[in-house]
Design a binder for this molecule. Structure first.
Ligand code: SF4
Length: 356
């Protein structure tokens, strides 16, 4: 990893080399034996991989020659920081990161009173096309591998010199559109020999992919689920989220109730507020009646301006009125503190590359 100021990538393409964490134990045993390395070297590598370390520069007990040979035959996850932006208050740092020669994502590190939270991207670009979101403007690039998501945690921990205590899968991409890798990532971030981040400190956010919400409910994980609702009315929701054309609110609510019953956990609903679109008193009433009786929490998000969008973020007074109205109707509600607005690291502002 280098803190380069450009996006020129001179690494070999490595297209034919398998990813190290996907190579079987038997193949690795054979690889070490063929090169005459003693068995303990193989065990040293295994120990790094068990700890979810898949970058050779961290494998400091392996001789450089061996690391070079490994690099020649296998792919390792090298995330390169192409750009680092820090907010004026120092609480938020946004990284533009190269995954390979063609794909980039953004990762955000946020320092809160309760710890160090990292907002992880799960895809380069996004297929969901939410109208207020900068992440999908340039279309879809590719899914991230679990190891690449883990590498984002390592990168932030190293750069900030602070252990990651919380993870939110709210960066670029729809995590449930990359379901298998997302689940693998959560399990590995949670593993005691890996990052050891408590499942209750891991939150996965979905725009509302109904089959995957049901599937997630069946996984037996203690991770948190946040559903981007943004409207309690199908027409308004379809305007904001094209995915709402695929799944109606009825279908979404049925999946959410299934999740609540199956997991006995609480659900978070994300609700970004736009002036005269979804922030009127009637919209608050509709939302309150949609969620009545659910074990849930509504997170109101002061929306951020995204160039090219015709949506106007609600002003603080309207947000406060909306919050009060929900509270009066016995809905647990908070307004999310917007961090990193000055470096476009806030909700809906992440991009898949430097130019979009
Ligand atoms: S809000 Fe999330 S799901 Fe929607 S386009 Fe942006 S990254 Fe994708």
């Amino acid at each position: 990893m280098t803190k380069a100021g450009s996006d020129i990538d001179t690494r070999p393409s490595g297209a034919k080399r398998p990813y190290i964490d996907r190579v079987s134990a038997k193949e690795l045993d054979d690889w070490f034996a063929k090169r005459g390395y003693p068995a303990y070297r193989r065990r040293q590598l295994a120990s790094w991989l068990e700890r979810q370390v898949t970058e050779t520069r961290h494998m400091t007990d392996l001789p450089l020659a061996l690391r070079t040979e490994l690099e020649a035959d296998f792919r390792f996850d090298h995330l390169e920081i192409l750009r680092r932006q820090e907010s004026a208050d120092g609480e938020t740092v946004k990284y533009l990161v190269a995954l390979d020669e063609r794909h980039q994502v953004e990762t955000v590190s946020l320092r809160y009173r309760h710890g160090h939270s990292v907002c992880v991207s799960s895809q380069s670009g996004c297929r969901m096309g939410c109208t207020f979101c900068a992440s999908s403007r340039r279309g879809f690039g590719r899914d991230l591998r679990a190891a690449e998501m883990l590498a984002q945690l390592r990168l932030a921990a190293e750069d900030r010199g602070e252990r990651v205590s919380h993870v939110v899968l709210m960066g670029i991409g729809e995590p449930f559109d990359n379901y298998e890798e997302t689940l693998d990532f959560i399990r590995r971030a949670n593993a005691p020999e890996g990052f050891g981040i408590g499942a209750r400190h891991i939150t996965v956010s979905t725009v509302g992919l109904v089959p995957e919400i049901r599937r997630f409910a069946n996984e037996g994980l203690a991770a948190n689920l946040a559903v981007s609702l943004h409207a309690a009315d199908d027409t308004v929701r379809r305007r904001l989220l094209p995915v709402a054309r695929r799944y109606s609110l009825d279908e979404l609510m049925a999946a959410c109730r299934y999740y609540l019953t199956k997991t006995s956990r609480r659900l978070s609903y994300e609700y970004a507020l736009f002036q005269n679109v979804n922030d009127q008193p009637a919209a608050a009433d509709e939302l309150a009646s949609l969620l009545r009786g659910q074990r849930c929490h509504v997170n109101l998000i002061p929306a951020n301006p995204v160039p090219g969008s015709d949506l106007t973020p609600s002003d603080p007074k309207r947000i406060e009125r909306f919050r009060q109205r929900l509270e009066e109707r016995h809905i647990t509600v908070t307004v999310r503190r917007s961090l990193g607005g000055d470096i476009e690291a806030a909700c809906g502002q992440l991009r898949r590359d430097a130019g979009s």
